[in-house]
Design a protein. Structure first.
Length: 421
């Protein structure tokens, strides 16, 4: 009996892969800054947003995964068969721009967090950490690298552990989860930012591409259109992987919001600009160990998020141009693909060293992400419902309803963001 339970746990862990890594990468340092700001400024009042985004982001990510596994092609390739080439090129260019700015902000946060722990200059650390991340992407075989990314998700447990070091009023926490509150224009802007940082286009491209990568790396696997007998097992795996990965993402986001609400908001620290600011402000309130956990978590999740940001941009660009792409390839076998990864990372370093305000840059990348998410999600819904593309594996009615609901929410969020500007 004990062996059977252990076997089930191992089997469940074996089903976690692209969805888990995608969900964890959603909690990147810039996302941590957004969740920290929401908790510091509005206390427990915006916790309900994470319960709303969970089913919506799960539906969209599951559609992304299914498109990749069913067709054997990534999102950009499938969108190219449906949309005008100029429109796909424009959306991919905007995705690359937004991802590059996000990489710059994440690297800067990693450097700042590293400086707080080690005392080494943050700019130097930013360069070292960025080059280390790039080296891993270029020279570590995909299978080993995918396993490394999966282990890196454990860094996010640091934010759940922080809750052990703060005093919580669980009554207020529950009210914040189940009673929606919107207090003023500032809350609307923050809600839009929460939606934008939680449901991001780069996650769609990454999870779809990783399903294709898994196909390429498994000689027994084929696109489900060509191997329908594999569908039952693969759809079950994608469901478990995606719902679990997005749950992990939202639990971590809630932990960050709750921790900062119980400490920073409670003591009047209501302005947090970066994830490093949140870690710094936590120390006198929650103790040095909570501060260390928060800071180390920023570096760990940065190592997870930067490759996902750079990789998703590279997959999108390469697929839209018809280049060979995939982490299974060696750099000399997919020069264009790896050149995009290198360019995105190097430009991210340049942003950290430039006079550009990373917070303003991050705001504008959120605006770009919010705007391009809507047409990308609409295109995904059309691809997922198209028999010519998906064969008999078109998305189920409930999944399509969830996907269109997420598209509508992101559309409203984008309009609200543009209006508040």
């Amino acid at each position: 009996m004990k062996f059977r339970r252990r076997f089930r746990r191992v089997a469940l862990l074996g089903q976690l892969g692209p969805g888990l890594v995608t969900g964890a990468a959603d909690d990147d340092p810039s996302g941590i800054a957004t969740y920290s700001q929401a908790g510091a400024q509005f206390g427990f009042g915006l916790l309900w947003t994470m319960l709303l985004t969970y089913p919506l982001m799960s539906a969209v990510q599951l559609i992304s995964a299914q498109i990749g596994r069913v067709t054997g092609k990534g999102l950009a390739s499938n969108m190219g068969a449906l949309l005008p080439h100029w429109l796909v090129t424009g959306l991919v260019a905007l995705l690359f721009l937004a991802n590059t700015v996000n990489i710059g902000a994440d690297l800067a946060a990693m450097g700042a967090a590293g400086e707080m722990v080690s005392g080494i200059d943050s700019h130097i650390l930013t360069v070292v950490l960025a080059l280390l991340s790039l080296t891993l992407q270029l020279f570590v075989p995909y299978r080993r690298y995918a396993t490394l990314l999966k282990w890196l998700t454990l860094a996010l447990l640091a934010y759940v552990a922080v809750l052990l070091f703060v005093k919580l009023d669980w009554g207020q926490v529950v009210r914040g989860l189940v009673v929606p509150r919107i207090e003023g224009t500032g809350a609307i802007v923050t809600i839009v930012a929460l939606f934008g940082t939680t449901i991001s286009p780069y996650l769609f491209f990454w999870q779809s591409a990783q399903e294709v990568e898994d196909l390429d790396g498994d000689q027994h696997a084929e696109p489900l259109k060509d191997a329908p007998w594999q569908a039952r097992r693969q759809f079950r795996r994608m469901n478990v992987d995606t719902w679990a990965g997005m749950a992990f993402s939202n639990v971590v986001a809630l932990a960050i919001m709750i921790a900062t609400a119980a400490t920073l908001h409670a003591t009047g620290h209501d302005q947090i600009d970066t994830a490093a600011d949140a870690a710094r402000a936590l120390q006198p309130v929650a103790g040095r160990f909570a501060f260390l956990l928060f800071a180390i978590g920023i570096v760990g999740t940065g190592f997870l998020a930067v490759p996902v940001l750079a990789g998703s941009a590279a997959f999108a660009v390469a697929e839209s141009r018809g280049w060979d792409c995939g982490l299974e390839y060696k750099p000399r076998e997919a020069v264009g693909f790896y050149a995009v990864i290198g360019a995105a990372t190097v430009l991210g370093i340049a942003i950290d060293w430039s006079p550009l305000d990373p917070i303003k840059a991050l705001f504008w990348s959120a605006v770009v992400n919010g705007v391009i998410a809507v047409p990308i999600m609409a295109a995904m819904m059309l691809v997922a419902s198209r028999h010519r593309t998906m064969g008999k594996f078109t998305a189920s009615p409930w999944l399509m309803r969830g996907g269109w609901a997420a598209t509508l929410v992101m559309g409203v969020a984008s309009v609200a963001m543009l209006m508040t500007m």
